[in-house]
Every structure is written in structure tokens, then in C-alpha cells.
Design a protein around this ligand. Sequence first.
Ligand code: PMP
Length: 359
Amino acid sequence: MVYNFSPGPAVLPFGVREEIAAAVSCSPGDVSIIESSHRGKAYGAVHAEAMEVCRRLYAVPDNMAILFLQGGATLQFAMVPQNLVRPGRSADYVITGSWAQKALAEARILGVGHRVAGSSEDRRFTGVPTQQELDLDGGAEYAHITTNNTIYGTQAHVFPDLGGVPIAADMSSDLLSRPVPWDRIGIAYGGAQKNAGVAGLTVVFIREELLDRESSSTPTPLRYSTYANSDSLYNTPPVFAVFCFLLVLRWIDRQGGLPAVASANGAKAARVYEAVDQSGGFYRGYADVPSRSLMNVTYNLRNADLELRFVQEAQTAGLLNLAGHRSVGGVRASLYNAMPLEGCEALADFMADFARRNG
Ligand code: PMP
């Protein structure tokens, strides 16, 4: 038995992997879903059910469109300012890590109005600014936040209440991991490859009233309205990734929906943070305690050599892909939806044993 702590693409529920394998396995006289037209009946049913189950499980209100796109969160960094910042107006950005910096960079390249409304760069992105720490523009087109900072292991546990300013949320690494207060959100997006399936599908949630902001100079494939008006079938959608997304949604449903998944995620992360906190300083958490992520647990050991040994020995013990991001080093354990509690317990036990042998 191995446990895959990869930051993404990441672990799938084991049963989902089996279902995917069965769905594409070679059966003469049969046509698999990934060989079928996106305009055909078989894929049409998958597409419609994925939309429907996503809306129901995530409690997405009727005034928001759900879009199935490609291009990753990275393309959203550009599409959000391109579509949502009108001439003479400006957008706020909260900088909580390098993904947020990349999002801001696209607004700069497009030459649209932008402001930094808060940043934790001066504390090495060890935390997420609280709402009180933000310097917000009440007239902003949106305020962009990163709800979970995959590299640093920090998470916004509260979606700020910005009154009339809609939040634009990069939810790449905590998509479908907890309920979301949609009334505060104008647009949210994330790739499926961490919590909700495989790479290739980017899920976007957008308040319908924001679809009117686009300019006539925006190319057709870069407009949200193109996909909203065609049920995300303007061109070929990523059929395999949508199929896998549906299987993961059904799995979430079987777990008891998002409240159950969120509560399991809390228990899983608590187990690993406990191992950090009870190590007498052998492991030092990277994130400030109030900003600790339930998705990516990051910590350091006393030097880089020992960190390397930790990661290598863990790998041999079946605890895979624990190396921290190259920009922060140390250890990063990604505990997305599909990581079972047993994986977190195995990691916590390994951590205690490693500390005993190397303390
Ligand atoms: N934002 C965050 C918070 C991420 O973790 C990632 C990917 N690790 C991205 C954006 C980029 O996503 P993609 O590779 O799907 O474009």
C-alpha cells in the first residue's frame, strides 16, 4: 500500500481509479467514452450530470453559471482581468503567494487598472492577511484572492465579506473541499487535478450579471459568454477530464457531500499538524497557525540534508511525493479530498519514528 501526497496532479479515490480503468478498458464491440463525439448522447449525459451534480453538491446558486474550460487556472489569470475590468476601472489583488503574483502579472500585461490590496510577501507568505489588514478599494471591479496557497501551505479560512465588491477566487487547490459562501463571490475557478479528478478541466463559476462586462475586442474563445451561452460546448470540451470529474462528484456524494468531506479534511490535517506540534521542535510548521492549510501541510526540519533524508526514507516506506516546493524546500504533504485518514496516520507515525531516530 502506498499513499500519494503529490501536490497535483494528485491522488484519486481508489474506487474512482478502478471505474476509470473499467470505462476505458478494451472491450471489442464497444466504444469508450473518450472515443465518443462530444455532441453525442453518451457524452451529453456525462456532461449534463456533471453540471447538475456539481451545482447540487456545491450549492451553486441559480444566478451563477458553471463553465467547463481548459487552460488551467493559469489561463484564468488572464481571462479574469480581460473580461471583468472595464476601461477606466480597477481590480484589487491580495498577494499571498507566487500564484497570486502570477495572477496580478496578467492584469499588468493586459494594461487594465489594478491595485495590491494586501500582501504577506514581507513575512515570506507564511500567512493570509485578515479582512481587517486589507486596504480595499470599495469601487473595485473585483478583489482577487487565492483561497489556498499550495506552495506555502496557507489557506483563507474565511472568505472576506467585501460588501458590493465581488471576490474573484483562485480555488485551484481547495476546489470542492468545503462549502463556499457564493453570495460573496463573483467568479471562482480551479483545475480539477487536485481535488476533483484529472488535469485538463478547469471549472469556472461566474455570476451571470458579470457576463455583461466583456468588451467587443475580446477574442471569442477568451470570453466567458462564449461558454455560458453554449453550455460549455462551444468547441470540444475535455471529455475525459469531465468524465473523471463526474466520477469524483459521485464519490463526494457517497461520502455525504461537501460538509462530510470538509469535516474529514479537517480531521486528516489535524492528525499531521499534531505530529508537527508534538515533535518538540523537530518539525517546524511553515505557516502561521491561524492560516494553516487543510490541503497542504508544510514544515521544515533542522537542515536541508535531513529534509532530503526524510523525504527519501518516507518514499521507501510508501509515503510518496513529500518534497516541498523548490522555492521553500522542506516537506509538503498534500491531503486533498481523496487522501484517506489512514494515509495521514501512516505519515504521522512515520514522522514520530523518524524524529526518534534522528532527534
Ligand atoms: N493557482 C494555484 C493556487 C495552484 O496551486 C496552481 C497549480 N498548482 C495554479 C494556480 C496553476 O494551475 P494550472 O496548472 O492548472 O494552470
